[in-house]
Ligand binder design. Structure first.
Ligand SMILES: Cc1cc2nc3c(=O)[nH]c(=O)nc-3n(C[C@H](O)[C@H](O)[C@H](O)COP(=O)(O)O)c2cc1C
Length: 427
């Protein structure tokens, strides 16, 4: 019988020994999940494991959102509007959920979106997540502010990755990042445009979240309850935005000022003219991330971009912003069938992904899910998250009577908000 974890301790199987600062081994095979992880049935369960494994301030940095967090909540409730209308009498012995996206065939209609400083969850998290995505043949997009250098991720996770770029005040820095990404073999570029300034994340303020971490007294006690997390961080060094270390040094910022440097680089003066310049600098597909308006989507396409990510940044930027499912249909109608429409925010179930596809999205990106997975258990946690989501998408399609993801139509959904409100009933 497995020994139960002590309360408050990491509720996961002991992690395999890893060489400290060295890069994770280049490997495409997904190792089998530790026994206790295999019992995790869903992303919400993985989130709870991650919550136990990480200090509160780190979990809140990942899990939290701006101000009232209403956009983050709506990112979950948006799916309730739509009910499935399944079809029967269809042969669904085999289901094809593969998609063509930005010149490659992927084996599922979802991928991993960019998340900065993932190393706070687990050392070298970006490499581990990229390897998991590559092994599962789904897209992976590296953040500008990754805690592993973009060259190192590319070297250890194979070709074909996507790179996310912020257009910083120091345009030379953004151009340099773009040049490095191309040289390292990144295939597609995602330009994030919804960060003219930082979001007001109150959980972070409350926790005194800074880098390097300087926890409050309560935070320090909380961190001490996670000795495995502490040991991993001590062995690997404090995570920092590695792609920007030289630029910060040039700007005479010390290590402590790196994150300040980065947030000060967010530029409220960026216009479509700047965006167009960066689209032109890339010689592969470009996607503009963080669009909610149909007018903006049309302008994005005029810059030469191939598509957009309909996104409210996981509710972390403009609190009160609508969620992607609220606008996805009119977005598809506005731009027509050709351009790529991705969307993100709150996708925790395979059924959520199926709804987005039926409403016109080509694919879905996910931010927090693999952060929960990696924070709970390292690479096996990543693989388990992807496995769960893939099998949920597949099962949903079988139950819907849909054998090819491309056969999903709006008719497979019903707008429940147009039905009379449910009456209380006896049971
Ligand atoms: C911890 C964290 C860091 C993020 N960092 C970035 C980033 O560096 N660049 C970016 O474009 N989006 C970033 N995002 C937003 C995600 O790409 C994505 O839009 C969002 O997480 C989707 O919502 P979900 O987490 O509910 O899936 C971040 C999100 C999280 C949770």
């Amino acid at each position: 019988m497995q020994k139960r974890p002590e309360p408050g301790r990491d509720a996961i199987a002991p992690e395999p020994k890893r060489a400290s600062a060295s890069a994770p081994r280049k490997s495409s095979a997904a190792p089998p999940p530790p026994a206790r992880l295999a019992k995790v049935q869903s992303i919400p369960e993985m989130r709870r494991l991650a919550e136990k494994a990480m200090p509160r301030a780190i979990f809140d940095f990942i899990d939290g959102a701006a101000e009232t967090e209403v956009s983050r909540q709506r990112n979950r409730t948006q799916f309730d509007q739509w009910g499935f209308v399944h079809r029967v009498g269809k042969d669904v012995r085999s289901v094809d959920m593969s998609i063509e996206l930005l010149g490659r065939t992927y084996s599922a209609p979802f991928g991993i979106g960019p998340t900065g400083l993932a190393g706070l969850a687990w050392p070298k998290a970006e490499t581990l997540i990229a390897q998991g995505a590559e092994a599962a043949n789904i897209p992976f997009c590296l953040s500008t502010v990754s805690s592993v250098r973009l060259e190192e991720v590319a070297e250890n996770a194979g070709a074909g990755l996507w790179f996310q770029l912020y257009i910083f005040k120091d345009r030379g820095l953004s151009r340099e990042l773009l040049r490095r990404a191309r040289a390292a073999g990144y295939k597609s570029l995602v330009i994030t445009v919804d960060c003219p300034t930082g979001g007001n994340r109150e959980r972070d303020h409350k926790n005194g979240f800074t880098l390097p971490l300087r926890p409050t007294i309560r935070g320090a006690f909380d961190t001490l309850k996670r000795p495995r997390w502490i040991m991993r961080q001590l062995a690997n060094g404090a995570p920092r935005p590695e792609n920007m270390v030289e630029a910060a040094a040039r700007a005479a910022q010390n290590a402590q000022g790196l994150v300040v440097f980065m947030s000060e680089q967010l530029d409220p003066s960026v216009t479509w003219t700047d965006i167009e310049e960066f689209v032109e600098l890339w010689d592969g597909p470009v996607i503009i991330k963080g669009v909610l308006s149909t007018e903006d989507a049309k302008t994005a396409l005029k810059t030469g971009a191939q598509g957009v990510v309909v996104s409210n940044h996981g509710g972390r930027q403009l609190d009160g912003a609508v969620s992607c499912l609220h606008v996805i249909e009119r977005m598809r109608e506005a731009v027509g069938g050709g351009p790529t429409i991705l969307c993100d925010g709150g996708f925790r179930r395979g059924a959520d992904v199926v709804k987005a596809r039926a409403l016109g999205a080509d694919a879905v990106l996910m931010g927090r899910n693999t952060l929960y997975g990696v924070g709970a258990a390292g690479r096996p946690g990543v693989d388990h998250v992807i496995r769960l989501l893939k099998s949920e998408v597949e099962r949903t399609l079988v139950l819907m009577g849909v054998s090819r993801i491309s056969d999903l139509k709006h008719d497979h959904l019903m707008d429940m908000s147009k039905l009379p409100p449910a009456q209380p009933h006896a049971d």
